[in-house]
Design a protein around this ligand. Sequence first.
Ligand code: ZN
Length: 298
Amino acid sequence: MGTKIIPYSDGEVIEWRWWSDNKLISFQLFASCFLIDGLLVDANAPGSEKDLRKWVNKLGGKNHINSCFLTHFHEDHAGGAPMLKKEFDVPIYASTLTVPYLKKGYKYRFYRKTYWGRKGQKSVIVEPIKGPLKTQSGKYSFELFPMPGHSPDLTALIDKKNQIAFVGDAIMYKYGYTFGGSSADLYEDISQIYKSPKSLYKITEGMDNLKIFVAHVGMVNRNFIAEKINEIEDLHAKAHKIQKELIDSGYRRQGKIVKEIIKEIWRKGELLQFKILSVGEISRANLVATLLKWPLDS
Ligand SMILES: [Zn+2]
């Protein structure tokens, strides 16, 4: 296991990262949570529990973390929440959409265990809120801003006055694969994923100092959002263009078309281990399929 504490803006926001050191992992991935004025945004993965407890104790327990908000139900965001509630009496908040997913807890597949811990997601009683969510000293007041796509319940927090946003997994570092295929609980549609950063970009117009905290990435600004929007638009146009060329040259089978598009856009073999380990739950083919399903003129 590894942990890392990253302070931003003179410690105004602190990111706590955790990653597994499972030998099977060739492609390292960390989970994050962010602390701002007593509010913890997300709770890291189930496997981080011991390390998270240590960190919270070191901070001073409930005096330093007096509430926790979950951006969505995925285990690498909600994993530490049952422990925070039980041992530190930290109230766990989320949008009304997230609450039912965590009522019962859930198990997940082998490859997710290698990343996020073997135990699975424990159940936790989450208090639904509509916002605004005030922090400990009253300095920050966050609106809830729905950003569905990566998961249907994904909800970001935005404080427009202080120009700070926490968006969880609503934005990815790079778009090369999506969840889908064999998995129903983790289905992503790129056309929906695209709409969320678009609307975030729109409602934050003129906020030149906006600090956006993204899970698995860190702190970014509005330009990063614009880059991601362009990246998706570019992939969308490319996938359709290549599909047209393939059909014009006689390709008929959709599976074959998707394979050829992947070959042309990305390096061959890249991320193959991910695809195999996840039994298709994560793959480039999932992404290409939803890129093609999304009409060009919409
Ligand atoms: Zn997620």
